[in-house]
Write a protein that binds this ligand. Structure first.
Ligand SMILES: *[C@@H]1O[C@H](CO)[C@@H](O)[C@H](O)[C@H]1NC(C)=O
Ligand SMILES: *[C@@H]1O[C@H](CO)[C@@H](O)[C@H](O)[C@H]1NC(C)=O
Ligand SMILES: *[C@@H]1O[C@H](CO)[C@@H](O)[C@H](O)[C@H]1NC(C)=O
Ligand SMILES: *[C@@H]1O[C@H](CO)[C@@H](O)[C@H](O)[C@H]1NC(C)=O
Length: 472
């Protein structure tokens, strides 16, 4: 009996040790599951009733109701006078939605995680939610569980982590509007809608990532810390789940899992916390919009530039596509995703599982970004030097420094040291069919001086002191 008591005491003690409390101080101590930092690259998918009008952006309903002229004109010209936003739901048909085909495109893109909108600010749930009566994808529109089908396809066909975006607030939900009117002293909306939904998506789909958004209101109103303590301690995903930072007014960029700070966050320098640059291939919309032109979509060169800037500074890149109301990922998005994958297939060693180097970009030549992996330094060269030489200011060479082009079967690149520090690298003329890739090139540098490594160790120590746990 005594032994049993002792055993129970030990179990209870260790369980206590591992539990997080519902406050930021405790929750912020949780180490980020390392699949996230290693993965580096994810696909964001904005899909909902807004994909039906597919005009302007996924904020269509809000822009229209706020009287924005182009939206009002669009509705006046094209829809009968009593048309309500809810009428669009029936046209959210998804007849070409083939989650297996989506999963195959995501796999080809080289992404390690996907994040699908389970519910955007319009409140329509892409799964048969028990708390979204008649405003969910099973009751109206697709008549399908869009979330469940994608989860199944991604998990059965790929090793990509499956994540869900979820908007805490809903623009026009009467309960939310009432709570907001009461200065968030009442919590009807959170109790009847937000929390039941969050628990439902976690228990049903067991997402590896929850991308919270629409956090207008105090974190105490949302009970974010209560939810996260449950998520980290007792949920079915407690060991693997990763979350972002949008959990209430003033919380973003300060608390939670990784930081997103603001959309398209791309600081250009190291941040002492794991962060993500969420951005979209269509420069001005997350949801699909029909009124877009070719110039509105980022080119592969632009996307690779953003990837280099982001990864070099310790961020993850979450790149968005907007499917159509009938369930297609249009060829322009598909092409960009496949191009990313083509590039990563050759150059992935500079991206996946990499860590920032001492320098993020070069000190003298623009459009040069560095990453590292153990003692190898990678140089992402966004433009092939037209005069056949590349001058770099950041690396300090030794006599045994080696420079090679990743994916190239030919000889190592010749280089010479510059007086003081830095180097000049010869870029030979390489026939097009021998080029490892078409858009951005990666140099692999070995046996640079040990000096910067000592300062890197110091840098990572500094980072550790500030309770940053993404380095390992
Ligand atoms: C609303 O609540 C905030 C925070 O609790 C408080 O600072 C503010 O004074 C309140 N506003 C009104 C109008 O009651
Ligand atoms: C907040 O969430 C926790 C965990 O689910 C729950 O125990 C607690 O009652 C919630 N608090 C409020 C005020 O709803
Ligand atoms: C390196 O990046 C910083 C910050 O983004 C920028 O200010 C600087 O001009 C860049 N250096 C070069 C050589 O482009
Ligand atoms: C160069 O690096 C390799 C490993 O990358 C190592 O085996 C070798 O000893 C290094 N040479 C010198 C001279 O440091």
């Amino acid at each position: 009996m005594l032994r049993l008591l002792l055993l129970l005491a030990v179990v209870a003690f260790s369980a206590c040790q591992a539990r997080y409390e519902p406050n930021w101080e405790s929750l912020d101590k949780r180490p980020l599951p390392d699949w996230y930092d290693k993965g580096k690259f994810g696909i964001f998918i904005h899909w909902g009733v807004f994909s039906v009008p597919s005009f302007g952006s996924e904020w269509f309903w809000h822009s229209w109701r706020s009287g924005s002229k182009s939206y009002v004109d669009f509705m006046t010209k094209n829809y009968r006078q009593d048309w309500a936003y809810a009428d669009f739901a029936e046209q959210f048909t998804a007849e070409f939605y083939d989650p297996n085909a989506w999963a195959d495109i995501f796999k080809a893109s080289g992404a390690k995680y996907v994040v699908l909108t389970s519910k955007h600010h319009e409140g329509f749930t892409n799964w048969p939610s028990k708390s979204a009566f008649n405003w969910n994808s099973m009751d109206v529109g697709p008549k399908r569980d869009l979330v469940g089908e994608l989860a199944k396809a991604v998990r059965s066909r790929t090793d990509i982590h499956f994540g869900l975006y979820h908007s805490l607030f809903e623009w026009y939900n009467p309960l939310y509007l009432e709570d907001a009117k009461n200065n968030f002293t009442t919590r009807k909306f959170v109790e009847r809608k937000t929390m039941p939904e969050l628990y439902e998506i976690v228990n049903t789909y067991e997402p590896d990532l929850i991308w919270s958004d629409g956090d207008a209101g105090p974190d105490t109103y949302w009970n974010s810390t209560g939810f996260l303590a449950w998520l980290y301690n007792d949920s079915p995903v407690k060991d693997k789940v990763v979350v972002n930072d949008r959990w209430g007014n003033g919380i973003g960029c300060h608390h939670g899992g990784y930081y997103t700070c603001h959309d398209r966050y791309n600081p250009g320098h190291i941040v002492n916390h794991k962060w993500e640059n969420c951005m979209t291939i269509d420069f001005s919309s997350w949801g699909y919009r029909r009124n877009s032109a070719l110039k509105d979509y980022a080119t592969i060169e632009q996307l690779l530039t953003t990837m280099a800037e982001t990864i070099s500074c310790g961020g993850n890149l979450l790149m968005n596509v907007g499917p159509t109301h009938d369930g297609r990922i249009l060829p322009i998005f598909e092409e960009r995703l496949r191009q990313m994958g083509e590039w990563l297939k050759v150059n992935g060693e500079a991206i996946y599982e990499s860590t920032p180097w001492v320098h993020q970009n070069d000190t003298v030549t623009p459009k040069i970004w560095y990453t590292s992996n153990a003692k190898t330094v990678y140089v992402i060269v966004l433009e092939w030097p037209t005069d056949g030489t590349l001058t770099l200011g950041a690396p300090t060479t030794t006599t045994s420094t080696k420079v090679s082009l990743v994916g190239y079967e030919g000889a190592e690149f010749k280089w010479s040291a510059k007086q003081g520090s830095g180097m000049v690298i010869d870029f030979p003329a390489i026939p097009i069919n021998k080029m490892p890739c078409k858009w951005a090139w990666v140099l692999k540098m070995e046996n640079l001086t040990t000096m910067p490594w000592q300062s890197l160790l110091k840098a990572s120590q500094f980072v550790k002191d500030r309770e940053i746990n993404f380095i390992n």
